[in-house]
Ligand binder design. Structure first.
Ligand code: ADP
Ligand code: ZN
Ligand code: ZN
Length: 817
């Protein structure tokens, strides 16, 4: 009797590959273990055992595996089930999912390059003979490829040696050579050890009685460390004692204090000095009870709480209950919101039980966390992570929290799997028969729709914590201001007035300028009108090359206008202004204040973002100019004024979600104003103060926004009423893409009729010398999703079997919004 395994390989193959194994191997192997297998002529891949069986493949002769790499599965049964759901739902292969899910160092392949890890001192007697040979070789040669190792060790099965060397941190995989790990260092102080004896300390304090300010600092240091039982940050010491930094410096110079540095995210908490979580106020308490009740009836519940209502503290209480039962918690956040702010907040409560997972972590860090989750270690009982943390090997997942659930960055666009982490997390929770809590101040329409449909429960908090008032939102009509010459650059006189007053009081300001998409839209300089597509209700994009306005959803086009359709003005503008310009103008207006800018350019690197946040928190910046990044759940105490420079370029963005997104963005940015006792102020500059969305923002009317937007989605057949699948064809030859897309769309139209839109070139149709063309399929509610997908896959397969189209890349994107 022969034995076989089906293996998932980290390559986008439609089918699993079958390999031969021995009887003994078949008894040892379990799904979820890794094996090294030959592939193609000379490649070796790490694959994952999916199934063990006795059916010989019909189409080819099964090769034998090289080696078994694990003693026990590194992937759980639930993960395999989850991966299958992802592959089916998002129309990708299990290989795609495998690649996205596993830390790179799990997936050694023949192309991998290894180097010596110079940061780690290795005791060579800890190495086995074969490990030592490899390690030794790396002293003479800076890097080695897998086939070099085959020669050095004179055997084929080298992956296990590499694995154990990686585990011992003796070597690095190539990707890490390129990673510039620049940890952010935080400055701490402690009393010089010569004063640790009581009599020495007494002497010191007496000596300092002539320098009361210095004495104060020392006393404050004691009280902080007594209270927190943690290392004391210089910034905390200065803030609490009210002393200047020069006094602290004097103490350091006099060798009374000793300064030292820690990496903010690497401090190890000892676990037993956690702070008790906060007592909830009545609104939070009520919400907590309602969530628990809601979980009796629903697997998924939405917590809709206004900004600063204290949602995090409610999550904390739920987490406490779940971990007390010994279960694991996944707390999902958009990547950018994973700041030290939130991380350290949770660490004060859960210290040693929290681990953080995001894409900027090195593969060592990720591997470590993976193993901690897999072995149900207390250290990783709560995982705080960005979207890819849905792939971790949870054993005993008791609760999923998706904070800021409306954030579009939960959706992965490239490469496959093109999954939405919120939706995939819900499925993951259900595999564990656990609950999911979605949280937002501005829920996505699809989530709120699910509430209205009776699929999700709903719990609301409409009071801000401490009864802080919602900010006062004022709309500034810049069309009128321009007419009356009250603009200085992009700043209205109202904004300048409010800024002046805020700065005088010593408060901080956030100025928000939307990051413009790469599709240029046309805007009338006089009235702000932007030409719309008659079929799709989105702004048309300007195509300079043909001097046309086009809709990239339905393909509608018209020649570029000479006059504004609304007011007739000839001044039509297709350039926007960015954060850089706002920063410059703000600095020119307020030269004596510190202005900084937060956008993609200024936040590169692992800690770029945190650095700016910390500087702003510590009042080193007075005016912070930023993009979308500013909206992500940040909690600044001292911000009193938020200025939105131009609401119209958000509202006119050519996307069916532009209005929903604008509402969410403006509400979220506004939420940064006045989070403590003083009421915040928000100024929104716009050409269209009567725009419904702006009215809804200024009155904080989510429900009205929802109702109106849903009407539009009905009328124009968009999600959540219809589902969308986008198909993109890509090839370097323009003609092949064109003909292929026609063929594809025609085939689809035979099945789906008028619910197929396009093919249409996107605004940027050539990227890296590849032409792109899109087809959009709208799926009505009564139409079976799985049948629809089957039909698409069938058409896709026929398409790719046509000789001239074989090299066309087809990208299937389910729920592409
Ligand atoms: P949200 O996430 O809803 O915007 P947060 O959870 O950030 O709100 O809470 C806003 C602020 O109020 C935070 O600074 C938080 O520490 C504080 N806060 C919330 N709930 C409590 C509580 N029960 N006791 C003390 N402070 C609280
Ligand atoms: Zn259109
Ligand atoms: Zn006009």
């Amino acid at each position: 009797m022969s034995h076989f395994i089906d293996v998932i390989l980290p390559v986008p193959l439609e089918k699993l590959f079958t390999y031969g194994i021995t009887q003994a191997e078949s008894e040892f192997l379990k799904p979820g273990m890794r094996v090294a297998v030959p592939f193609g002529k000379s490649k070796i891949y790490t694959g994952l055992v999916f199934a063990i069986h006795q059916q010989q493949p019909l189409a080819y002769e099964a090769k034998d595996i090289h080696q078994i790499l694990d003693e026990a599965p590194i992937i759980t049964q639930n993960q395999l089930a989850h991966w299958q759901w992802i592959a089916n739902y998002y129309l990708c292969t299990l290989g795609d999912v495998l690649r996205a899910a596993l830390p790179n160092s799990f997936l050694l392949e023949s192309e991998a390059v290894i180097t010596k890890n110079d940061d780690k001192v290795i005791n060579e007697s800890d190495l086995r003979d074969d490990e030592f040979l490899v390690y030794e070789a790396l002293h003479h040669q800076s890097s080695l490829k897998l086939h070099d190792l085959v020669n050095i060790l004179d055997k084929k099965n080298v992956l296990s040696v590499i694995n154990s060397l990686l585990e011992k941190e003796a070597i690095l995989l190539q990707e890490e050579v390129y990673e510039k790990y620049k940890p952010k260092l935080v400055r701490y102080v402690k009393l010089n050890s010569q004063y640790s004896a009581a009599d020495k300390l007494q002497e010191l304090l007496e000596e300092l009685s002539r320098a009361p300010k210095q004495r104060d600092v020392i006393m404050t240091l004691f009280s902080i460390s007594a209270r927190t039982k943690k290392p004391v940050k210089v910034s905390d010491l200065i803030e609490t004692s009210g002393a200047s930094s020069s006094i602290v410096k004097t103490l350091i110079d006099k060798l009374i204090l000793e300064e030292y540095y820690f990496q903010e995210d690497r401090i190890n908490y000892s676990g037993d000095d956690n702070e008790a979580s906060k007592t909830l106020n009545i609104y939070q308490e009520k919400a907590l009870e309602e969530i628990k009740q809601s979980f009796d009836a629903f697997n998924i519940t939405l917590l809709h709480g206004v900004t600063s209502s204290g949602k995090t503290e409610v999550y904390v209480k739920l987490i406490e209950e779940v971990i007390a039962q010994g279960k694991q918690v996944l707390y999902l956040l958009p990547e950018i919101a994973l700041t030290t702010q939130l991380v350290s907040r949770l660490e004060t409560y859960f210290g040693g039980n929290v681990s953080v997972y995001h894409s900027k972590y090195s593969s060592h860090e990720r591997l470590e966390l993976w193993n901690n989750v897999l072995h149900n270690q207390p250290k990783a009982q709560i995982v705080l992570g960005a979207r890819s943390s849905i792939f971790l090997p949870f054993q005993n997942l008791g609760l999923v929290i998706v904070d800021e659930e409306h954030e579009t960055s939960f959706k992965q666009f490239d490469p496959a799997p093109r999954y939405h982490a919120r939706d995939a997390a819900i499925v993951l929770a259900s595999l564990f028969k656990s609950k999911t809590l979605l949280g937002s101040a501005t829920p996505s329409l699809e989530t709120y729709y699910n509430v209205k449909q009776g699929k999700y429960g709903l719990v609301e908090i409409s009071h801000r914590y401490n009864n802080v008032l919602m900010p006062d939102i004022e709309l500034v009509d810049i069309k009128d201001k321009q007419k009356r010459k009250r603009m200085t650059g992009h700043f209205s006189d109202r904004l300048i007035e409010e800024m002046t007053a805020t700065l005088k009081e010593g408060h901080q300001i956030i100025l928000f300028q939307n990051r413009r998409g790469f599709s240029p839209i046309v805007e009338c300089v006089t009235c702000g009108h932007s030409p719309q597509c008659p079929n799709c209700d989105v702004s048309l994009t300007y195509h300079q090359y043909k001097n046309e306005l086009r809709c990239h959803y339905c393909g509608y086009y018209t020649v570029m206008l000479k006059n504004c359709m609304a007011c007739g003005s000839v001044e039509l503008d297709n350039k926007g202004f960015g954060t850089e310009q706002v920063e410059e103008e703000a600095q020119a207006l307020f030269p004596e204040y510190k202005v900084a800018r937060m956008d993609l350019d200024t936040t590169r690197g692992k800690f770029g973002f945190d650095k700016l946040i910390t500087a702003f928190e510590q009042n080193e910046i007075d005016i912070l100019v930023g993009t979308q990044m500013l909206t992500k759940g940040l909690d600044f105490r001292n911000v009193k004024l938020v200025g939105i420079m131009n609401a119209d370029n958000m509202l006119n963005f050519p996307d069916f979600r532009a209005h929903e997104r604008s509402f969410q963005l403006m509400m979220q940015v506004s939420g940064r104003a006045g989070r403590t006792d003083e009421r915040g102020k928000v100024l929104i500059q716009t050409y269209n103060p009567h725009h419904k969305i702006l009215q809804q923002v200024s009155t904080n009317n989510y429900v009205e926004m929802y109702a109106e937007q849903m009407d539009e989605r009905h009328n124009f057949k968009y999600p959540p009423i219809y589902r969308l699948i986008k198909i993109t064809l890509r090839h370097k030859d323009f003609n092949i893409v064109n003909i292929g897309a026609e063929w594809y769309a025609t085939a689809l139209k035979q099945v789906f009729k008028s619910n197929v839109l396009g093919p249409e070139f996107p605004p940027i149709s050539r990227i890296r010398n590849q032409f792109h063309k899109n087809i959009l399929i709208k799926i009505p509610q009564q139409q079976s999703l799985s049948k629809t997908k089957k039909a698409i896959v069938k058409i896709n397969n026929s398409f790719l079997s046509i000789k001239e189209f074989r090299l066309v890349r087809v990208i299937l994107n389910v729920d592409n919004y």
